[in-house]
Design a protein around this ligand. Structure first.
Ligand code: NAG
Ligand code: NAG
Ligand code: NAG
Length: 586
């Protein structure tokens, strides 16, 4: 049993969410103000707006962070060129830049060349395999890339060569010249001769030479542009053209390099989840010239480039956005806190001062007293003195007048009866005294309240002359500061302890310690709130005072009266003694 308790106590030490004990102000842990609430609403509105924007960016993915790099490959991997993503057209142009196909002048042969390294007799040897690539006069149907239909529509297609996609499904391309595996496209252009002539008989050498002087080579190929902001495929096809001069006197070797493109996208919302997209784009081309001896005019090689262009793009992840929002919240909160702090501080100070202290507004007070003078018995210019004056005047009044409640009646009778007729003057005095106390002690509803302006003036936020109000405010502020000091509070608790020792003897103390819980009246709080209203019902208050006056056997009551007015206290003492004397005589 004992062990269990210690064990649980030990475990409880780990609670990070412990609830601290706090003092309450009006049932709340904090002093809250309207200004603070408005700022809070503003802060929440601002923050939720930012939150919304962040969440939108999380899902719409229009703003990736990216970095790019170039990677060298000595053996670029294999790519397949399909009708849907590879298009190529080419032709010769005569001196007026018109494309033309005339097999009696020049003959084109295209191949897919494949190089393999094979061991022959212990020696490495390159083995080339050539496969014919079918070419035809172009037409719109052979442009299978939908995105590029528009681009190729500007070209006079029937006078250009195209790959005949009806005869081959795809073309493979990989590696480089020095790699063990090398696949590329080779297009050879020859002048028409007896050996290589195709469907048409060749024109005479002279005619051919005449046509081919000042000719151009026109070449179009599909390529790609990269738009990383596009959340789907970042690649957008485009057409790329290459123009160069050709002549039958010069042999030209053109290499068109296709550059591998890769985009790596991290699409994971929480964890890394990579997606790869690969394609090829036109990279560059090189030309080599030589004096032509044979009928070969030009070789065009379409091959892969060794540098791969890689883009990495990542989108914000949920945890990153949350962390960012957390930081943002801290900053915004601190900002609003700094704005609201001074107002809330002053508001708390005002509430403390207004509810704990009573102040008299000089002017207000004087106005009131003038009104009173006309009707009242009390002279405010000499507070505390009315009884003496009354005693001097000894005006005889009826014992019964101004009695409001039945209760008052009975107490009054008590007092009156005891004092017999000779003491009628005391009764009058008592009446007057009750009235006086009512005005002097319960003047709460006439008290003045400080506002923000006073607070700003007192705290020197607004420059003004120090008037009476400001001085009152400052002294109250000072007092509250010292009362809220924990040392003062503890000191007062010690004082209570000392008082217990002074007031009670040892036996009484033991009894006192036994009443641990005196049930608090639930209504206590409400009574305080409606105090002002109750005071207006003078009868009730009169009862309270009269009861205190009548029960003069109670030492505490005696002290209370003495602390308010010594004259009355003496009077009552005397009255009591007279009573006792009377009783003894009887
Ligand atoms: C160029 O070709 C076009 C069309 O084939 C033709 O009309 C034109 O006469 C040619 N021009 C020359 C200078 O050969
Ligand atoms: C063309 O598309 C095929 C299949 O869709 C793909 O394997 C190939 O890599 C693509 N080639 C290029 C150059 O984009
Ligand atoms: C006050 O006294 C009158 C008679 O003197 C009585 O009728 C009435 O009920 C009393 N009221 C209360 C509240 O005791």
């Amino acid at each position: 049993m004992q062990k269990n308790k210690i064990f649980i106590k030990g475990i409880k030490q780990f609670d990070l969410f412990a609830q601290p004990l706090q003092l309450l102000i009006d049932k709340k842990e904090y002093h809250q103000t309207l200004f603070g609430s408005i700022l809070t609403v503003l802060l929440l509105a601002l923050f939720s707006n930012l939150l919304y924007q962040k969440i939108v960016t999380l899902f719409d993915r229009s703003n990736p962070t990216s970095l790019s790099s170039e990677i060298y490959h000595s053996q670029p991997e294999q790519y397949s060129l399909m009708p849907s993503n590879f298009t190529m057209t080419f032709s010769f142009q005569n001196s007026t830049y018109k494309t033309y196909i005339d097999e009696s002048i020049y003959v084109v042969n295209a191949y897919m060349v494949k190089k393999n390294v094979k061991l022959q007799n212990g020696q490495k040897a390159d083995v080339y395999e050539k496969q014919e690539l079918p070419l035809v006069n172009c037409n719109e149907d052979l442009i299978k890339q939908k995105e590029l239909k528009e681009y190729f529509s500007h070209i006079d297609l029937p006078t250009n060569y195209c790959i005949d996609w009806n005869q081959i499904p795809s073309i493979q391309i990989q590696g480089t010249f020095d790699a063990p595996k090398f696949e590329y496209i080779l297009i050879q252009f020859n002048t028409c001769t007896e050996q290589n002539k195709k469907s048409q008989p060749c024109k005479s050498q002279k005619e051919i030479e005449q046509v081919l002087t000042q000719n151009y080579f026109s070449f179009q190929i599909s390529s790609q542009t990269t738009n990383l902001k596009n959340p789907n495929s970042p690649y957008q096809p485009k057409g790329q053209d290459v123009f160069t001069t050709i002549s039958n006197n010069i042999y030209k070797e053109i290499s068109i390099y296709l550059e591998p493109l890769t985009t790596i996208t991290d699409v994971g919302l929480i964890q890394t989840n990579l997606e790869y997209e690969k394609t090829l784009r036109y990279g560059r081309h090189t030309e080599m010239l030589d004096l032509s001896q044979s009928d070969l005019i030009m070789n065009v090689a379409i091959r892969l480039d060794t540098t791969e262009y890689v883009d990495y793009r990542t989108y914000p992840k949920i945890q990153e956005i949350l962390a960012e929002l957390g930081g943002l919240w801290q900053v915004l909160f601190s900002l609003f806190y700094i704005i609201s702090k001074p107002i809330n501080k002053i508001s708390l100070l005002l509430e403390l001062i207004n509810s704990l202290y009573e102040f008299k507004d000089k002017q207000h007070y004087e106005d009131n007293s003038q009104q009173k003078d006309s009707s009242s018995i009390i002279r405010n210019d000499k507070p505390g003195s009315p009884l003496q004056r009354q005693l001097e005047q000894q005006q005889v009044q009826n014992c019964q007048d101004q009695i409001v409640t039945n209760k008052t009646l009975s107490i009054k009778e008590n007092i009156c009866n005891k004092q017999i007729q000779k003491d009628r003057s005391y009764k009058t005095i008592l009446q007057t005294y009750v009235q006086y106390l009512l005005r002097a002690v319960f003047r709460k509803n006439k008290k003045m309240k400080f506002g923000y302006i006073n607070a700003f003036q007192a705290l020197r936020c607004i420059v003004t002359k120090d008037d009476d109000n400001i001085l009152q405010f400052r002294s109250a502020h000072k007092e509250i500061d010292s009362q809220l000091n924990i040392f003062n509070i503890l000191k007062r608790l010690q004082d209570v302890e000392k008082l217990k020792h002074i007031i009670f003897n040892e036996n009484q103390r033991i009894l006192f310690e036994k009443f641990n819980n005196i049930p608090q009246k639930d209504k206590l709080e409400e009574q305080r709130l409606y105090c002002d209203q109750q005071i207006k019902q003078q009868g009730v208050t009169q009862d309270a005072i009269l009861q205190i006056l009548s029960d003069q056997n109670n030492q505490i009551n005696q002290k209370l009266i003495a602390s308010l007015d010594v004259t009355v206290s003496n009077l009552l003492q005397k009255c009591k003694q007279d009573n006792n004397d009377n009783l003894e005589k009887n």
